[in-house]
Design a protein around this ligand. Structure first.
Ligand code: GDP
Length: 361
């Protein structure tokens, strides 16, 4: 899927850089343009990307300090400048635009829903958000910011692909090393997904194409991505169980959003050397994912590439009703309530479905 990436805020810029580098290293060519946007000049400087500094008149390049309302305001105020900077990157070949951000901060959290709305007004291609959820141990401000940003982004964008910062974290690392590993994990998984619609080898009926990704995400709301890999035998017939077991791990333990298995739709992508991919295994896995997610809209396909390993991706669309998302919204709501009690502002607040988290826009 030919994709234009827009990284917003510090996490957004770093994850976008990893995605660009992964796509180039693998020679996929799925990323056709990339841009980073921030209100903090120092966070833009190290990035090997085209950049746009927003909110200069309000914060003078110093960032919005975790205030996502201010993040939304500066993006709105500079929307015209941002859209014109993007104009050259979003060419006719683009099949999707992906906004990348940490939802718990300020610039990315506030700016993402605003920019999604602006982009939707102008472009016909889907606008997705790749959003990072704060880990459970991060402070209340991060949870509140993420709750409001997620609620608003899910409304404005075509789908919000969520990565929980607790999901792909390796233990025993410093915060910075931790982020680095998570960002690389995100780049590999999302990078493979985007590239899966780009396969050139063995083009045929069973090969995934971009429209299947787009259709899987068509139900809107929130989505999640699972990944697992294993050694593959040279003979496709011998890999049926491997495809099944990697899919099981992808969905149950290798997912970007743990415990989110109730979904409206799904796409299973099996990536490996084409000769090693068992058609029967893909079909059996597809049926298993149907049972596991309770969805009748489960697509499946191959992604032939020159690898002796089998990597299985499971993309889930419409996971917002899953316990996991409900639990996060509850956490955000409680954090918001606690902040409001502290401020002696007893405004009524509530959860995702029933308008209890305040919308940003
Ligand atoms: P902004 O620059 O104001 O948009 O804020 P950040 O991008 O720093 O967003 C803060 C949130 O993103 C927090 O929940 C952090 O845990 C998370 N975060 C910050 N940097 C990274 C990163 O490099 N990788 C990941 N996965 N999360 C990050």
């Amino acid at each position: 899927m030919k994709t234009v990436l827009i990284g917003l805020g510090q996490a957004g810029g770093k994850v976008t850089t990893e995605l660009v580098q992964f796509d180039a290293r693998m020679g996929f060519d799925a990323v056709t343009g990339a841009l980073a946007i921030n209100s903090a000049k120092a966070d833009l400087q190290p990035l090997p990307l085209d950049t746009v500094l927003v909110g200069q008149d309000r914060v003078n390049g110093h960032g919005v300090g975790g205030d996502n309302e201010l993040g939304a305001e500066v993006m709105q105020a500079d929307a015209r400048e941002v859209m014109s900077a993007l104009d050259g990157s979003i060419t006719a070949e683009a099949e999707a635009i992906v906004l990348v951000a940490g939802l718990g901060g300020g610039t990315g959290s506030g700016g993402t829903p605003v920019l999604a709305k602006e982009l939707k007004r102008i472009y016909d291609v889907p606008v997705y958000v790749l959003g990072v959820l704060p880990a459970e141990g991060e402070g209340a401000m991060y949870q509140v910011n993420a709750g409001r940003s997620l609620k608003t982004a899910a409304r404005e964008a075509d789908s919000v692909l969520l990565v929980d910062n607790d999901a792909w974290r390796a233990s025993g690392e410093s915060m910075e090393e931790g982020y680095d590993a998570i960002n690389k994990a995100i780049a590999k998984r999302v990078g493979l997904l985007l590239a899966s619609g780009e396969a050139v080898e063995g083009v045929g009926e069973s090969v995934v194409d971009s429209s299947e990704i787009i259709n899987t995400l068509r139900s809107g709301g929130i989505s999640a991505l699972g990944y697992a890999s294993a050694e593959a035998a040279p003979d496709a017939e011998d890999n049926i169980n491997t495809v099944m077991s990697t899919a099981r791990r992808a969905l149950l333990t290798g997912t970007s959003l743990p415990d989110a298995t109730t979904a409206d739709s799904a796409l299973v992508v099996v990536a490996a050397d084409g000769e090693r991919i068992p058609r029967k295994g893909v079909e059996r896995t597809r049926r298993w994912v149907e049972e596991e997610t309770g969805s009748l809209q489960v697509r499946g396909g191959d992604f032939p590439l020159g690898s002796e390993r089998i990597a299985t991706l499971v993309l889930l669309g419409g996971v917002e009703r899953s316990d996991r998302v409900q639990r996060f919204m509850q956490r955000a709501k409680e954090a918001q309530e606690a902040e409001e009690t502290k401020d002696e502002r007893p405004d009524p607040v509530s959860a995702f479905d029933n308008d209890e988290i305040d919308s940003l826009l």
